[in-house]
Structure formats: C-alpha cells, structure tokens
Design a protein around this ligand. Structure first.
Ligand code: HEC
Ligand SMILES: [Cu+2]
Length: 485
C-alpha cells in the first residue's frame, strides 16, 4: 500500500513536471526570449525619407544592423511662401525611417554635420537603456557618436532629439519612427507609407510669408500655427499624394512627434481594418479614428475597395482645414457600385488656410495697416498666395468654382462688370441671388478678414488670371468702397 502510494506520487510528479516543460518549450518556439536571439551576420540598414519605408524584414534572421544617421539643420518650406529652419535627422521631417526586427543588434552612428550650429542627440523609444540612447549620443557639430542596442520589443516607436531645450529641438522637426518587426515580419500588404504629425509655432500667424522664426511662447502655450503631416503644409497633397489601387491593402505607419498635440488620426471615407493600438501588439479592428499621443505611434491598415481621393486628417478638424493636417490617398481602379455609388464631385475637401471668416455683416470698421508700394507683378504674386490660402477651397484652383455652390471667378461676367461690387463681396461677404455667366447662385460667401492691401492683392490676382479683364485693384479703391458703405 505504502509503495503503491509512493509510485503514484512519483508518476504524478513526473507528469506534472513534464507537462510543465512541454508548455514552456511550446511558448519558447512561438515567442523566444529576445535576449537569447543570436545574430547572424551584419547588414547596413536602408533608411528612407517620408512617405516611404524600407523593404520589409520578412523572414531574415536577426543581424548586427548598421545605422548611419546624419543631423542636418536646413531651411525648408512650411507652406507656400513660408520658410522655416528645420533641424532634421537625415534631412527630412520626420527623420529617416529605420526598419529592424526583434533581436537585431543595432550599431547606431549619429553624426552632426559640421555646418550645423547646435549639439544634438537621439532618444529612441525602441531602446532599453538609459535615455533611450540620448546619454550616449550627445554630439557637437562636426563630430559623431556610436552606441549599440538590442531590439527587445516589437512595435512602432518614435525617436527624437533630447538636447536642451528639448521642446525646441522637437518643435523644429527632430523626430522620426523606428519599426521593430516581430520574428518572421508583419503580415505582408500591398502598399506601406510613413506619415508623422507635428505641431509648429512661428512668430507670424499661419500663412504669414517669409522666413518664420520659432516662437517659444506660443509653444509653451500650445498655441500651434501649423499642425501638419510630414513637416509641412501640403506634404501629402498635389505632387505628394500617396497612392494605391482598388483591391490593395494599405498600411500606414503613423507617428506623432508633437511636441504638444495629440492626433485624432482619421481617413475620410475609410475604416481601419486593423489598428496596432499605440504601435504595440494589441490589435483593434474596425476603427474610425485612432488617438496617437505626442511621442507615440500607431500602425493602421485597410483594404481600399473603391476608387477616389481619401483625405487623411487630424479630426480635431480646424487643424486639418486651417492649420495643414490634411493629406490625400488617391485610389485608382474600377468602381464597385454595390459598395459605393453616387455622383462624384472633386474639390469638396480642400485646405482652407488660416484666415478668420465670419458670417456677412453690413460693413466693417476695422482699420487696416498702411499700404506698401508693390509692383503689379508683386501684387499678383502676393494675391496668388492669399488666393491659395483663402479663396481656393471654395472657388477652386483655376477659379472654376463648383456648379450650384460656388460661382466661377474665371471669365466671370459678374466680376468683370463691377470692381466696386467685387471689392464689396470680399470686404463684407455676399448673400442673396446673383447670376454669374448665366447661372444663378443663391448662397453665402463668408466675410474674409483681410486687410485692404490683401483684398487689393487677391482681387488683382483674380482679375489678372483665367481670362478676366486685368483690373489693377489698389488699397485706396478698397478703402473707398469701405467708407462709401
Ligand atoms: C466659404 C466659401 C467661399 C470662400 C472662402 C470665398 N468665396 Fe467668394 N463666393 C462664395 C459664394 C458662395 C459666392 C456666391 C454668393 C451668393 O450666392 O450670393 C461667392 C461669390 C464671389 C464673387 C462674386 C461672384 C463671381 O463669381 O464673380 C467674388 C468676386 C468672390 N466670391 C471672390 C472671392 C475671393 C477673392 C475670395 C478669397 C479672398 C473668396 N471669394 C472666398 C464662396 C466663397
Ligand atoms: Cu537636437
């Protein structure tokens, strides 16, 4: 009896232990402890500027991965006519995309271009170690620093400069993304793009032309002049649109460099099939808008089923239409009337610029700044800028308007017949039925808060474009209309 009991106990014990060992080895095969992943060979990392990403890691083994990144301080365009001194990792905002897999041993060389003015460093959120690398990478202009780390956690991570004043370095564009793919890689998709939001603070208001210095007070107040994707207004519109074909799956690696604002990232007309929440392992499905904190990221993917232009926005919507956080994904291919049908009207979602608009009233008493003396071509150039920021969203790029909604300014008989009336429309707004080129419009044009000189310039541009009668509108004419009201 006694020995039988003992045998039973031993059998049970062996069973329990062996079961335990089996379980452990099963888990081990699926998810190896990343510190035990042995590297095989060395390779140089491919780095890409946005909106592009390097080739997927696929099933390559973990390697020693050489990353060479150079910091460049350089002037770039924030918007049409607005320049800014960007501080960059690799010459772009956001900085070069780094693609690794779990278990890689990254040897990171950070060099600071000799013509730069400031010291910098890099803090990568993918690093397990003090300062995320910042403590080992502080580098003066003309020098370089090398440090190494092993990627332990798969995910999409932000990197940024962490040199004092830290906020200023980030505000000037010093951020980017590093992807750590799991062993075997992420599931393959047809198109992948790199998008990163950032908020910018300039001495001048949104749209104010010239080289704009950083405004620390506005940054501290979190009062952004620009909120943009990929470092500037219009990086992902016009020539910069990202593209896909009907039936393809699209994955976006979306980061938020901040420095201050959280992004409510949304694609108008699409639903994210999968979101790697906060860039980690948790996958949420069927998501409309995903929240991306400053210093955080998300991986979203979706299949595009119908053709058209899909608008990427920060759904904190004034940022999109008035501060720049608006991009476009152009999908080509066959329509699928079952999924979507309807008459298509281009030009519904356009950037609107920063001009403050109000409903029309009966005259303005705002005193304008004194006029400067500009040549006709200077006035036209400045007027074009105002047009692109203020009028374009409604009257469209070639002044063609939108049928039944916004009258044309191109070859407009209404415009060409009476310059005082045209000045009045911009000055005070316009309501009630009007007829333009034989078509009736009965809508509302908001009053545009512009100075007399800006109104003169924008109308001079309009009158000297698209077959109009070349009237040269002066600030004096504008103030005359104002006072005759
Ligand atoms: C929010 C949309 C919107 C914006 C922005 C806008 N307009 Fe208009 N505009 C309209 C509408 C609507 C009408 C017609 C109003 C009506 O039916 O009474 C109009 C009418 C006009 C007209 C007279 C009709 C014609 O076609 O000749 C002129 C001139 C004009 N706008 C110029 C401008 C200029 C210049 C700007 C930029 C400074 C501007 N608009 C910005 C919507 C807009
Ligand atoms: Cu820096």
């Amino acid at each position: 009896m006694k020995s039988f009991n003992l045998t039973l106990i031993i059998v049970c014990f062996v069973l329990v232990v062996s079961c335990g060992v089996n379980d452990a080895s099963k888990d081990g095969a699926a998810l190896q402890d990343p510190t035990t992943i042995v590297i095989e060979g060395t390779m140089e990392a491919e780095l890409t500027a946005p909106p592009f990403v390097p080739a997927p890691v696929g099933d390559r083994p973990a390697k020693k991965l050489i990353v060479n990144m150079e910091i460049l301080e350089e002037v770039g365009a924030m918007a049409d006519g607005v320049e800014y001194v960007y501080w960059t990792f690799g010459g772009s905002v956001p900085g070069s995309f780094i693609r690794t897999r779990v278990g890689d041993e990254v040897e990171f060389t950070l060099s600071n271009h000799p013509e730069n003015k400031l010291p910098h460093n890099i803090d990568l959120h993918a690093v397990t170690g003090p300062g995320g690398g910042a403590t080992s990478s502080f580098v003066a202009p003309g020098h370089e620093k090398v440090f190494s780390f092993k990627t332990l956690n798969p995910g999409l991570y932000v990197y940024h400069c962490a040199t004092a004043p830290v906020g200023m370095h980030i505000a000037n564009g010093m951020y980017g993304l590093i992807l750590v793919e799991p062993a075997g890689g992420l599931p393959s998709v047809d198109k992948e793009y790199y998008i990163m939001q950032g908020d910018f603070y300039t001495k001048g208001e949104n749209g104010e032309p010239g080289l704009q210095p950083f405004d620390m007070q506005k940054a501290v107040d979190e009062d952004a002049d620009y909120v943009v994707f990929n470092g500037k207004v219009g990086a992902l519109t016009g020539d910069g649109v990202i593209t896909a074909n009907v039936g393809e799956t699209v994955r976006l690696y979306v980061g938020n460099g901040g420095p201050n604002l959280t992004s409510s990232f949304h694609v108008i007309g699409e639903i994210f099939d999968n979101v790697h929440v906060e860039g980690g392992d948790l996958i949420n499905k069927n998501v409309q808008t995903t929240s991306i904190p400053a210093g955080g990221a998300a991986i979203v993917d979706f299949k595009v089923d119908v053709p058209g232009t899909f608008i990427l926005v920060d759904h904190a919507i004034f940022r999109a239409f008035n501060k720049g956080a608006l991009g476009m994904l152009k999908v080509s291919g066959e329509e699928d009337k079952q999924i979507y049908s309807g008459e298509m009207q281009e030009g519904i979602y356009n950037p609107e610029g920063g001009t403050i608009q109000t409903m029309p009233d009966d005259g303005s008493t705002v005193v304008s700044a004194p006029a400067t003396n500009k040549s006709l071509s200077e006035k036209i150039a400045s007027g074009k800028q105002i047009y692109t920021q203020t009028c374009f969203a409604c009257h469209q790029s070639e002044g063609q308007g939108i049928p039944n909604a916004f009258p044309p300014l191109a070859k407009s008989d209404y415009l060409n017949a009476d310059v005082k009336r045209a000045i009045g429309s911009v000055l005070n707004g316009l309501t009630g039925e009007i007829t333009v080129n034989g078509e009736k419009y009965n809508s509302i044009m908001t009053k545009q808060t512009l100075t007399d000189e800006e109104i003169a310039d924008v109308l001079t541009y309009v009158y000297n474009s698209w077959g109009n009668n070349k009237t040269n509108v002066t600030p004096a004419m504008v103030s005359e209309v104002k006072s005759s009201h």
